[in-house]
Structures are given as C-alpha cells and as structure tokens.
Design a binder for this molecule. Structure first.
Ligand code: FES
Ligand SMILES: [Fe+2]
Length: 371
C-alpha cells in the first residue's frame, strides 16, 4: 500500500514542478488584449453553489458563487484526470470533481482526495489556476491577464438618473471581437442590414467627426434631423435636435448614444465583447432608454425590437465570418474615407497585440458619408 501511494505522489510532483499557467493559442496570440477585465456573465446567472462553465480566450473556466455572495473562478480542468469541474458540485464553498471527488477550494488548491483517506500529505501541491473576479454594473468580470489587475472594468453606463430604464441582452456572435465592435460602430450598414427596422435609406449626406485617442475612437455625427427606429412621434415628438455619438473604448467596448435635447429622451446602447474562441464572441449589451411618460410602454416592445435588430447583426456577422473562412481568413479589406473609424479601431487593437508596431497617434478627421 505504502509503495503505491509513494508512486502516485512522485508522479504528481513531476507535474507540480511545471510552474506555468494553462494558456491557449488564442491567449498567446492576443498580446496585451488579455490584460483587461472581461465580462463572464450577468450577476444573476451566477447562483450560489451552481458551477457555471465559460470559455474565454479559448480557456475553459468554471465560476461559482460562494455563501458570502462573492464569485470564484478556476480553470475548468481537474488536476487528476482533467475532468470538467463545472460538471461537479459545490460543498462548503469548494468545488468537487464529478469523476473521483477531488475537492478544490476557491484558490484552486486541492483540499481533499477521498481515495487517499485522511492523508492530506498525499495531495499534490500543483494547484488549478485561479482567476481574479470583480462584480460591477450587474456583470461578473474575470481578469486573466499576465500581470496583476492595473485597471477597472469598463464602466457600463447604467443610467441611475430619474426616468431612465435599462436591461441587458446576452448574444453569442459567430465572429471575432474586432469585426464586431466595428459592426456596432458602423452607420452605413444600418440602411442595408436593418432596412425598415432601424433606419431607411434616404441618400442624405452626414458629416461625422472621428477622433482617435490612445485608447478610444470617438465619433460624433452632425445629423440633428436623422430619424431611427420607431415613429418620430413617439421617440421625438417635440422635434428636439438629436445627438448621435458612436464610441469605441479599448479593447472591446462600444457605446452608441442617440439622445434628444439634453438627454431628455433617448437610447444608449453599450456593448462589451468577450472573446470565447477566435470566431466566437459573447456580447453583453446594455440598453438604456428614456421617453417620458411613454417609457414603460416603450419598455414593453423594446426587448423584442432590440432582439430583432441584434439578430440581423448576428446573421450578417455569421455570413461575414463564413466567407472569411472560405478564404482561409486572409483578409483583404479595402477602405474609403467612411471607414476611418474601422481603421482606427484596428490600429489600436493591433497595437495592443504587437506593441512593437508604431503607437497610433491621436488624430481627428472629418468624414462625410451618405446614408
Ligand atoms: S478526474 Fe477529477 S477527481 Fe479524477
Ligand atoms: Fe447593426
């Protein structure tokens, strides 16, 4: 008996000497993009004691909420025979592997091996990778960076001011983060992809100011008379001037504001994109809205409407990704002046992946396009 357990311990110690954390090809290819907080889900998805599996940067992670209300996250792979811990259960805030019952604490440390009885010294000292978690703006965020967290999660603009209502939508998109954030910032596509739903084609010229800072791309439109979505009688009965801004914030966030007057009415659509696999992204969209006494009524129809519009984007992004695949992902994008925001987004994200490339300088450009 003694012999067998020593043998087991020796074997596992050999694994324990490997210091490195588990990563993936996608993680390794993402440079500085991994050094941010990423949304793992809405807080309400994480119920006490119920393990939740997520994949981020192609790394499987299991999350669970403990009795004190906080959430823990460790690599979703048991040290023993690599079974998925997310299929196990929680006992005393620890996670128990469904295969042979190895038990892990929230730091990823194995604290019990049932088959070794009371011999704690037989537990291998290699831990399962653990990840830092924070919970803000109704989302659970995970830090998978190569360094300790040195920034806050992206501030989702939850409108606490009176009159605003909001809700989240969670949408899996079959495309990558760069192409998605560009889609969310893209005005010319709205008259094609969302024709009849969001904006109709009128062939009018719109002037936009496009600004790139070191970590954002800010676009403001001069189109006080533009109309979107529902009837103008509902969204803007007083014919207040519309303000429209489309902003991108590194590395994966967009915020689109359509407001009337001094935020008397309007929509704010904010998305944070979590990379799942190279062409799979989970998008958390915060929809905020305010339409005076019509707000509750609009709230009844808005989830259906926003689901429909987002589904149209999912469909075009799916076609786009499928076509990229047909050409072995060798992109040959041609751009015109109207694509300035896309080029700026790509430059910031590419620089994060390859910091040796020249730092994108701050720039402001005026562009005109027809919609
Ligand atoms: S694989 Fe997890 S306990 Fe054996
Ligand atoms: Fe769209």
């Amino acid at each position: 008996m003694e012999q067998v357990s020593n043998h087991t311990t020796d074997q596992t110690n050999a694994i324990a000497n490997k210091e490195d954390r588990y990563t993936s090809k996608m993680y390794e290819a993402s440079g500085d993009l991994v050094n941010y907080w990423y949304a793992a889900g809405q807080s309400k998805e994480f119920k006490t004691g119920k393990p939740q599996a997520r994949t981020i940067f192609d790394i499987p992670i299991v999350f669970w909420r403990k009795k004190d209300g906080t959430v823990s996250a460790i690599l979703d792979r048991c040290n023993h025979r690599n079974a998925p811990l997310s299929k196990g259960k929680t006992i005393d805030d620890c996670l128990v592997c469904p295969y042979h019952g190895w038990k892990y604490d929230p730091n990823g440390q194995c604290v019990d091996i049932p088959s070794e009885g009371p011999y704690k010294e037989r537990i291998p000292n290699k831990k399962v990778d653990a990840y830092k978690i924070t919970e803000q703006y109704g989302l659970v965020w995970v830090w998978m960076g190569r360094k300790a967290p040195d920034k806050e999660p992206f501030k989702m603009p939850i409108m606490e001011e009176k009159g605003w209502k909001w809700y989240y939508m969670r949408t899996p998109f079959p495309n990558n983060v760069t192409d998605l954030v560009e889609n969310f910032m893209d005005v010319p596509h709205t008259v094609y992809v969302h024709e009849g739903w969001f904006r109709d084609r009128k062939q009018i010229a719109v002037v936009a100011k496009v600004e790139r800072t070191e970590d954002s791309v800010l676009v403001s439109y001069d189109q006080p008379n533009d109309s979107i979505g529902f009837s103008q009688l509902i969204v803007n009965p007083k014919k207040l001037p519309m303000k429209h801004t489309d902003n991108f914030y590194m590395p994966n966030n967009t915020r689109v504001d359509y407001t009337y007057g001094e935020q008397e009415r309007g929509f704010i659509i904010c998305s944070t994109c979590t990379p799942v696999r190279p062409f799979e992204t989970m998008v958390y969209t915060l929809i905020s809205y305010k339409f005076g006494w019509l707000t509750p009524l609009i709230g009844l129809g808005l989830p259906f409407y926003t689901r429909k519009v987002i589904q149209q984007d999912v469909d075009i992004m799916k076609l786009h990704a499928e076509n990229l695949e047909k050409f072995n992902y060798k992109t040959e994008y041609r751009s015109t002046l109207c694509d300035a925001m896309h080029i700026y987004i790509e430059s910031l994200r590419e620089h994060a992946v390859e910091p040796k490339k020249q730092v994108p300088k701050p720039i402001v450009k005026e562009v005109e396009f027809w919609i």
